[in-house]
Design a protein. Structure first.
Ligand code: BEZ
Length: 404
């Protein structure tokens, strides 16, 4: 049972993502029912709440969005289709590959669909593009992936919450470990050229260099456009670096890892990254090329705690694959909204939900227990993981907790 069942059988979402196909923007009702109007004409009354889901339905990150939908659906279905005792109506909108798609989609959720809160958002560029809209509209956005540091840093607001991570965190947690492994040799740093890639590399370099590591060179590849990494792999080979540290996710992660191996670098230079590189369907598609890659992340399917034991079994049973960090963060977004809504009497507004999120205590998550920081980011642990064979497939096995 689990991810190995998928080997040799790429799901259509991955075939589309790998081919770089872009589907048209669309908005779909994810869960049945007609439009709901609360007492004030908004999307929440005593019996029902309308929840917006902003996720990529096409492009490089579409497969991450699907894992996030699965995590969200699992939580809501496990709770009888309700959050805080109210029936949930999900309205899904496409974040696409950037703010140009996501801003109109978010406006539609808020102004036309009149949702009381929104969850989702994969890309940091999107999170940064929509953040003011949510704060100004007084509608809470519970981000379940996008790690843009600023969202729970300088730009933090009563209406911005996150159940995933800040971009610097998994990378900063990994810096001292990589410095110790490479022992003074230079590390080549390469990442997707947008907010997440820049912040990820910033977080890594800070703790890596503080631990005595040296950066051999640094390169950023055009996001969503780079399919051929050969010129970059040539530059890495010529650089004299002894290891590589990267940030890629989704379809770009598949292309980078497969080409790294085909180019012959996998046997010469160890490849390190935050865990998005080998997460979920990306690992299925990478196959043997990913074997042995070590990464840092807040979740691994084999984490030994009762919440994960139950969640992993339910997720495998329902979706016939291993859960991912994307699914866990969305499951937890539903959990915190559930807690917040439970504490609200009568009709529901965005302002009430935002205030109630501030009262959410410890979350008993599959990643281990966590709580919101002062600026609404999870305070959580990070783990060293290694890609190993599991049955006929592959998994990210936990090696140990990272001290950070
Ligand atoms: C981001 O844009 O923040 C992001 C995207 C994919 C994986 C991790 C972070």
């Amino acid at each position: 049972m689990g991810r190995q069942m998928r080997v040799g059988r790429l799901r259509p979402r991955w075939i589309l993502a790998l081919a770089g196909l872009a589907a048209a923007t669309m908005t779909v009702a994810a869960c049945g029912g007609s439009a709901v109007r609360g007492g004030g004409g908004g999307g929440g009354d005593q019996e029902t709440v309308k929840l917006g889901v902003l996720l990529p339905l096409s492009g490089v990150y579409a497969p991450l969005g699907e894992d996030m939908q699965q995590g969200l659906r699992l939580y809501i279905d496990e709770h009888g289709g309700k959050l805080g005792g109210r029936r949930v109506e999900l309205v899904t909108a496409d974040e696409g590959e950037g703010p140009q798609t996501a801003v109109p989609a978010a406006k539609k959720l808020i102004q036309q669909d009149r949702v009381v809160a929104v969850t989702g958002v994969v890309s940091s560029a999107v999170a940064l593009g929509v953040r003011d809209l949510f704060t100004e509209s007084k509608i809470p956005l519970v981000i379940s992936n996008a790690g843009a540091d600023e969202i729970t840093g300088e730009a933090s607001s009563d209406y911005l919450w996150r159940t995933s991570f800040a971009n610097t965190e998994p990378n900063a947690a990994f810096g001292p470990y990589v410095a110790d492994q490479v022992k003074g040799g230079g590390v080549y740093v390469i990442a997707a050229d947008y907010a997440a890639g820049k912040e990820a590399m910033g977080g890594f370099k800070e703790t890596f260099e503080a631990a005595g590591g040296k950066v051999a060179d640094e390169r950023y590849t055009p996001f969503g456009e780079t399919q051929d990494f050969q010129p970059y792999l040539n530059a890495i080979q010529r650089s004299g670096a002894e290891a590589v540290y990267c940030f890629y996710a989704g379809a770009e992660a598949v292309a980078f890892v497969k080409q790294y191996e085909e180019f012959g670098l996998a046997d010469e230079l160890p490849l390190y990254s935050a865990g998005f590189l080998t997460e979920g369907g990306a690992l299925d598609a990478q196959g043997d090329a990913a074997l042995g890659i070590r990464t840092s992340l807040n979740y691994a399917p084999d984490l030994d705690n009762p919440a994960n034991e139950r969640f992993r079994a339910a997720y495998q049973n329902r979706f016939e694959e291993e859960p991912t960090t994307y699914a866990v963060a969305s499951y937890d977004a539903a959990a915190v909204l559930d807690q917040a809504l439970t504490s609200i009497d009568g009709d529901v507004t965005g302002e009430q939900i935002a205030a109630a999120l501030g009262e959410v205590g410890e979350v008993d998550s599959p990643r281990g227990t966590w709580r919101f920081s002062e600026t609404h980011n999870p305070v959580q642990k990070y783990y060293l993981r290694e890609v190993r064979k599991q049955g006929a497939g592959f998994t990210n096995a936990t090696v140990r907790e990272l001290e950070g």
